[in-house]
Design a protein around this ligand. Structure first.
Ligand SMILES: *Cc1c(COP(=O)(O)O)cnc(C)c1O
Length: 401
């Protein structure tokens, strides 16, 4: 039987290669950080400054985080070998949930193995066929999948377009719905832009809807003390459901959570399938993430660092005439438009010791190819300057400016 499938898959892989859509994975020979050792596609290992990680606060390889992971492992062992409700809950898991609730200003929090699972498990227990979900068209894949798993009616609004959101809200209301939930990413990963949350919250009030924010690219560094998009806009306590990850700013291992009203979290513990049927977060991850959240809480100025470096990088590139999408987050998209150009420039920069990724269709729309640069507290100013110099020089050589 496999013969036919094998031919089909081989042809698919070849077609992806032919279209330049085949994803090669670079192999790192050491920890994640501002500087990494990475093996290129040519097999040569280089030391490169890394602008591709979601390591916004530089905690991925921070000694205090590693110590916390070790301590958790010494005390609670390596694995918990169970799901939460059987015998997979430790004090650490409870403490991390409390810490996240206090950090995010919510009533309660439930942990998942990943934010992907959090989004996969949050909709189905809360919403049924009488309900509606209104989702930004650029929301993360895990939201799209989570929404598919639930019976609520689906509405989509044009990216960050609150006019269209209002149209969809009216439509949902006129077609009749018991509960209506607006869902958006807090920070969008490809454009680095921030959801227009004040307008969204206002529309939610007017149309009697709930608001859910997926804050994976914001938790830990956006807002004056790193509490995310709600804090950035002064909307703490106004968001009904927040999902976020521990796999980005907060240490970057893995894991995620849903945080919000007590009753919502209570029902998720009873009904959410990825929570009920998947293993508990490993103690080392729970312990280290707990330390990471506390560190951010104790050092509220830390979160400003990636944003300062992003401004520095933006100023240099814009000054040289490069075309950036405007924004204020640590994600800086340098627009190339042409797909081949984006991939070629990224490859040249890698040879110069600057690791960035070119993003092309289908990750971004056709003709909107770009190089995405992510700044981190792990970077030094000289490294950011080295990157902007290399960027500008290569762009000149390629006659882009
Ligand atoms: C990264 C990301 C996720 C997935 O997070 P994991 O914890 O890695 O599963 C979900 N939503 C958004 C918006 C993300 O950026």
């Amino acid at each position: 039987m496999y013969g036919a499938m094998k031919d089909e898959l081989t042809a698919l892989a070849a077609s992806l290669r032919g279209q330049g859509l085949y994803k090669e994975e670079r192999v790192l020979l050491g920890p994640q950080g501002g500087v990494i050792h990475a093996r290129g596609i040519d097999g040569i290992t280089r030391e490169v400054i890394n602008f591709c990680a979601n390591n916004y606060l530089g905690l991925s390889n921070h000694p205090e985080i590693i110590r916390a992971a070790r301590q958790a492992m010494d005390r609670y062992g390596f694995g918990y070998s169970s799901v939460r409700f059987i015998c997979g809950t430790s004090e650490l898991h409870k403490e991390l949930e409390e810490e996240m609730s206090s950090f995010l200003g919510t009533e309660d929090t439930i942990l998942y193995a990943a934010a992907f699972d959090a989004n996969g498990g949050v909709f189905e227990p809360l919403l049924g066929e009488q309900d509606a979900i209104i989702s930004d068209e650029l929301n993360h894949a895990s939201i799209i999948d989570g929404v598919r798993l639930c019976r609520a009616r689906r509405y989509r609004y044009a990216h960050a377009d609150t006019g269209d959101l209002e149209t969809q809200l009216r439509k949902a209301r006129s077609e009749g719905c018991r509960f209506c939930l607006i869902v958006t990413d807090g920070v969008f990963s490809m454009d680095g832009d921030i959801a227009p949350l004040p307008e969204i919250v206002e529309l939610a009030r007017r149309y009697d809807a709930l608001v859910m924010v997926d804050d994976c690219h914001a938790t830990g560094y956006l807002g004056k003390s790193g509490r995310g998009t709600a804090e950035y806009f002064g909307l703490e306590g106004e968001i009904d459901i927040i999902t976020t990850t521990f796999g980005k700013a907060l240490g970057g291992a893995s894991g995620g959570c849903v945080s919000g009203h007590r009753e919502i979290i209570e029902i998720l513990r009873q009904r959410s399938r990825p929570y009920l049927f998947s293993n508990t977060l490993a103690p080392a991850i729970a312990g280290a993430t707990l330390r990471a959240v506390r560190m951010v809480g104790e050092n509220p100025q830390w979160c400003q660092r990636p944003l300062e470096l992003a401004r520095r990088f933006r100023t240099a590139l814009t000054g040289a005439g490069l075309d950036l999408l405007p924004g204020e987050t640590a994600i800086v998209p340098v627009m190339m438009y042409d797909e081949g150009r984006a991939l070629a420039l990224a490859e040249k920069l890698f040879e110069e010791g600057i690791y960035v990724i070119g993003f092309a269709h289908p990750v971004v729309p056709r003709g909107r190819a770009r190089i995405r640069v992510q700044l981190s507290a792990a970077h030094r100013e000289e490294q950011v300057d080295q990157a902007s110099r290399a960027f500008i020089e290569m762009a000149r050589k390629m006659k882009l400016v």
